[in-house]
Design a protein around this ligand. Sequence first.
Ligand SMILES: [Zn+2]
Length: 242
Amino acid sequence: MAKSYYDTDQIYEQPSVYKLQSNADETIRKARTRGKTLHPVKVAARGPIARSWWGKAWCDNLERYADYDSRLERGKRYLRTGTVVDLDIQKGHVKAKVQGRRKSPYNVEIRISPVNEDKLQRIMSLCSKRIESLDTLLKGKFPKELQEVFLGDDGLFPTPWEISLNCSCPDWAIMCKHVSAALYGIAVRFDEDPLLFFELRGIDVDRFVDVTLENSVESMLRNVNVKSDRIIADKDWKRIFG
Ligand SMILES: [Zn+2]
C-alpha cells in the first residue's frame, strides 16, 4: 500500500528517548567547545507545555487548525524529550535546532508574516479603550479584557497561511515532528518573556504603547470637551430659567 503524505517518517526507525537525549547533550557540549552557547527549551515531562496566558494562547492557536493535528502531538512529545536544543525568536522568524536520530541536529526555520498595518491600527485603537489593561499587559500578565482583542479570528495570533515552515530533515511532510516541537518551543519562550510575541509578529512595542496611549489621551480630551459643553449648557439653562 502506498504511504500517505503524512506517513512518510514512519519508514524510519523511531529513535529511543535515551538516544535522543544523549544526542542532544552531545550537541550542546560540542557547541560549547566551539564557544557557542545553545539555548535549549526545557519543559517538564508532564503537565502543560506552557503556563502563562501567552504560551497557552499560542498552543491553543496552533491546535485550532485541524490540518496540523496529527503532527502536533508527536511534536509535543519530542519537545518534552529535550530535543529542541536551541531556539531563537526574532522579528518575523524563528530559528531552532532540533535533535533527531542523526548526531547533528536538524535546522528548523519558521517564518511568520508581520501583522499588517490596518489590523495593527484597529487593535491599537481597541486597546486604547482599555488603557488600564495595557499596564497589566506590559507587566507580563494578560488582562482578560484584552483577550478578545488579541485572540479571535482577526487578532494577533497567526493563521496557518501566515506561517511558513521548513526543516532540514528528510521527512516530506510540511510539518515534521521537528517543526512541530519547535512550534511548541515558542510557547515556552513566551512563558519566559511575553514581549517576544510582539517581536515575532514584527510589532514595535514602544510604538504600540505610544500610539495606544495617544489614542487614549485623545479620546479622554474629547470626553472632557463633551463635559464642558454640557456645563455651559447647564449655565445657559440657569440663565434662561433662573
Ligand atoms: Zn524535520
